[in-house]
Design a protein. Structure first.
Length: 211
């Protein structure tokens, strides 16, 4: 009897999926996973920094054919490789070219930041940067900027609903993304003054009407 019971317990334990380890990060959403594995695109850059030969470093752009020309290595096609795979391959190639020297490789994605920011234009962001970081890179929002209704366009389509930059979860940036910080409405920018002027006008009318 005890042997049969033990067998039942073991089978049941094997059929139950293992619980997530305490503290383990949740699985990435499809949109975030796509941002991490998506190959670099024309207009993106690869940033290199050499520990002993700083003059070799710099930001190297990817041309329209998906090719980048790197110091010591020459032309390399990057359009079919994920950033992680590409980084490993370049580190291996540089390890054969130079000795006793560290090479820091950073993939930079090109995005456009428009709207009510102080310095709108094209920017290159590294994988650690969020939408908030990107807006800060453009000098931050102007006084008219509406940070609770930021829009992101990707391949001509808006990504999700309008974003609140104070939210905890924001989409990860991809090559070619366009961030638009809208302006607050005229009333939201001037409502306080309008109300104050209205109160002042009412006070004047009441004062004049008084005997």
């Amino acid at each position: 009897m005890n042997t049969t019971l033990c067998r039942i317990v073991v089978v049941a334990w094997l059929l139950v999926p293992p619980a997530r380890a305490m503290g383990q990060a949740p699985a990435l959403a499809d949109s975030e996973r796509g941002a991490l594995v998506e190959p670099l695109a024309p207009g993106d850059e690869i940033q290199l920094a050499f520990s002993r030969e700083p003059t070799l470093g710099g930001d190297f752009p990817i041309d329209e054919s998906g090719t980048v020309v790197l110091p010591l290595l020459g032309a390399r096609s990057v359009s079919q490789r994920s950033p992680a795979e590409l980084k490993r391959a370049l580190q291996a190639e540089y390890a054969q070219q130079i000795r006793n020297q560290d090479v820091r490789i950073t993939m930079l994605r090109r995005i456009r930041i428009l709207g009510a920011v102080k310095n709108p234009g094209l920017y290159h962001v590294d994988p650690t940067m969020t939408v908030v970081d990107a807006v800060a890179l453009a000098g931050g929002a102007t006084e008219q900027g509406k940070l609770k209704s930021v829009r992101i366009f990707r391949n001509g389509q808006e990504v999700g609903s309008r974003l609140d930059l104070n939210a905890r979860l924001l989409p990860q940036l991809r090559s070619g993304d366009q961030i638009v910080v809208p302006e607050r409405s005229w009333f939201s920018r001037n409502g306080v003054y309008v109300v104050a002027a209205g109160i002042s006008a009412v006070g004047i009318i009441v004062a004049r009407a008084a005997p």
